[in-house]
Design a protein around this ligand. Structure first.
Ligand code: ADP
Length: 485
């Protein structure tokens, strides 16, 4: 697959600085591995502070002209980029499965979803409206202008190698900002392919830059630069807090999409089929490696046994394997550390009384493959219910009343995705309003879309991505007062 991709021109291994593909200045590289085979796919540039500072300078220079062209022109560039992403959908999806491990069908879905942010941004670019405010004084006129914030640093994780980039870069570019992207070192190839297509779309040099390598060093350079006016980050809560604290020095705008601890609440009055299908979609997508994956499945006592049985029935039919193989719905985990985390959380839970009712061990395929797992009798005090599992493990917790469910669901510092299964309209509203979460799926397990706002309450983050709300993150508001009219 890699050689095939090479001939398509999308397999890039250098960083992109000021429109030029560039090696690390000291020539260092790092390997990218296929988690499904353990084989290395490519050696990519391993960069640091020097390359990052040059990328920032390029973005800063490019901002002068990119912010001045018309919204309609920026819209056209973005539209072209979207068209190219879709025209190369198969190749990008292959690259994604190769470096990330997710089943090809999920990768194809991510290309649609990821490219969708660019399409939406192309459309929304033309609708960045200001305001005219009625003046309290008759000889004055008051206006509000929306202007791009400046150079944006976008730091992204490995679980959605395309979409986490496009949902930041699309709106940034639409608003007139320029960007320095720092993709995950585990999945840089998808990011670089997208960057290559931004060049093919004619987006001017320096508007999109990509650096990767020593993450803390690159992160520090981005945070410390007074030229970077905005940090947008998706990843762990620990790194997000560090970036936010670092940004205080230069008072940058900050958007954070951090860890979740999604409750999936199944009430006695739920449709069992809908609840099982929705829970599986919410839990096992990307082998459980998303920040909105159901982390705690709260099931009301009247339906608990039936639900557990139906869930086990469905989960045991899920095919595990290489994401390129037909019928596979569960790929490997991203690396060994991810498997160890799952093992530790499960060991801890079983030592405290939880029972594994399906799976519960490494898969016979070896490497980082893990058996889809269901574990019952979990309590909200166990580590498995307090931390993000980020693996194919469904922990079941039993509850009695609606009040119990809401209390348990909200008993966490995170507040990103949440799910509710019930056939009562009144309960849907009551629970949706009571959940301290940025996203609520009612009778639906996969709800993310570029047209709706995505983001968290509490320590799950700051700001929103996607939709019209996602545009505001890249804009400054300017008040203009014309006096003595
Ligand atoms: P995950 O658990 O999803 O890998 P991380 O927060 O470690 O979460 O990674 C998300 C992104 O943050 C990746 O691009 C990673 O390289 C980057 N990163 C990791 N450490 C730092 C750091 N100290 N400063 C800036 N970025 C970092």
């Amino acid at each position: 697959v890699a050689t095939q991709l090479n001939s398509s021109g999308l397999l890039r291994t250098q960083g992109l600085i000021g429109g030029k593909w560039s090696d690390a200045y000291d020539g260092k590289t790092i390997k990218v591995y296929n988690p499904a085979t353990g084989e290395s796919i490519a050696d990519v540039a391993y960069m640091g502070a020097r390359e990052t500072n040059d990328a920032i300078s390029s973005a800063y220079d490019a901002f002068k002209s990119w912010s001045k062209i018309t919204a309609a022109e920026r819209s056209k560039y973005l539209r072209k980029w979207y068209d190219l992403l879709m025209a190369n959908r198969e190749e990008i999806a292959q690259l994604m499965t190769l470096e990330q491990g997710k089943p090809l069908k999920e990768s194809l879905g991510e290309v649609n979803y990821g490219a969708g942010f660019i399409e939406f941004a192309a459309e929304e670019a033309k609708r960045i409206y200001g305001d005219v405010i009625p003046s309290p004084l008759s000889d004055r006129r008051l206006f509000v202008l929306k202007q791009p914030v400046g150079v944006v640093a976008a730091i992204t994780p490995w679980n959605f190698p395309l979409a986490m980039i496009t949902r930041k870069v699309g709106p940034a570019l639409a608003c007139g900002c320029t960007v320095v992207i720092k993709p995950s070192e585990l999945t840089p190839l998808t990011a670089l392919a997208a960057a290559e297509l931004s060049i093919q779309a004619g987006i001017p040099a320096g508007v999109v830059n990509v650096v990767m390598g020593n993450a803390p060093e690159i992160g520090d350079a981005l945070v410390e630069s007074p030229q970077v006016r905005k940090i947008t980050f998706t990843g762990s809560t620990a790194v997000g807090k560090k970036l936010m604290a670092g940004s205080a020095k230069t008072v940058k705008k900050v958007s954070l999409e951090l860890g979740g601890n999604a409750p999936c609440i199944v009430f006695d009055d739920a449709d069992l089929d809908v609840a099982v299908k929705g829970t599986i979609a919410a839990k096992f997508r990307n082998s459980g490696q998303t920040c909105v994956c159901a982390n705690r499945i709260l099931v009301q006592e009247g339906i608990y046994d039936k639900f557990a049985e139906a869930l086990v029935d469905a989960v045991q039919n899920m095919k595990v394997g290489n994401g390129f193989s037909e019928g596979v719905v569960q790929g490997p985990l991203i690396n060994d550390a991810a498997v160890e985390k799952v093992e530790n959380l499960l060991n801890d839970a079983t030592s405290k009384g939880a029972k594994i009712i399906l799976g519960g061990k490494r898969h016979s395929l070896g490497l980082t493959f893990y058996e889809p797992t269901v574990v019952s009798d979990v309590s909200n005090e166990m580590g498995i219910a307090r931390e993000e599992v980020f693996g194919p493990v469904a922990p079941l917790l039993r509850f009695k009343t609606e009040e119990d469910a809401i209390r348990i669901a909200n008993d966490t510092n995170a507040g990103l995705g949440s799910y509710v299964f019930t056939n009562s309209i009144q309960r849907s509203w009551r629970v949706a309003e009571a959940l301290e979460y940025g996203l609520v799926g009612v009778n639906e397990g996969v709800i993310s879309t570029e047209v709706a706002p995505f983001g968290g309450f509490k320590q799950s983050g700051l700001g929103r991505e996607g939709s019209k709300y996602g545009m505001d993150e890249y804009l400054e508001i300017k008040y203009v007062c014309m006096g003595n009219m």
